[in-house]
Design a protein around this ligand. Sequence first.
Ligand SMILES: [Fe+2]
Length: 230
Amino acid sequence: MILQNDIIEALVRTIELKDRTTAAHTWRVVLYTRTLAEVFGLDHQTIARLSTAAALHDLGKIDIPDHILQKPGKLTPEEFEIMKTHTVLGYERLVSMGEDDPLILELVRHHHERVDGLGYPDGLRERQIPQAAKMFAVVDTFDALTSIRPYRHEIGLAAARSAAAQLQADRGTHFAPECVDAFIEQFQSGNLHWILEHFNDRCEVPTFDCPTKAEDAVRRLRREQGPHTH
Ligand SMILES: [Fe+2]
């Protein structure tokens, strides 16, 4: 791994500022990713690398013009084409910074691929899509569907149940079946509730620390806040 922890944290701050996302969003996607990685039996070091990748997944949005990134309404087809380039732009930015960890580069580049080949940027299918990117696609979509938005009437568990149903509906077309199954199993067993409930956008959430420094924080939060069983 080339990027130093302070650089990773500075990049995450920049993404949050530019994309108007919050530390809560970063924490949630990192923590969901870690949970899935644990289910798949990945080792400690790989989980730390995946945490970095998850935190940096939308790095390329730094290079997307504000009028597109922050447009309140629906994007035009032309604007959407520009938005889609955040995957390659993030990848290229990391490569230019000297990052050479394939796990990180692949997740950043391929997190919008679909198993039916209709995703972007490269239209990869099924096994062509790196496993980390397949896992993260499920996480990213679930978080997008459950984060609090002014136009969303469902919040919390109600939103999460709808999001889980959406993942099921898109299982095998958008998402890898094994990733959906693992994620839904974790959701249904209540193992994700502490993330969903305690890292929503209404809470004060600590800024994202680099994965190695985050280890203690995650252990502490888990002890304090769950996992819950509902
Ligand atoms: Fe993205």
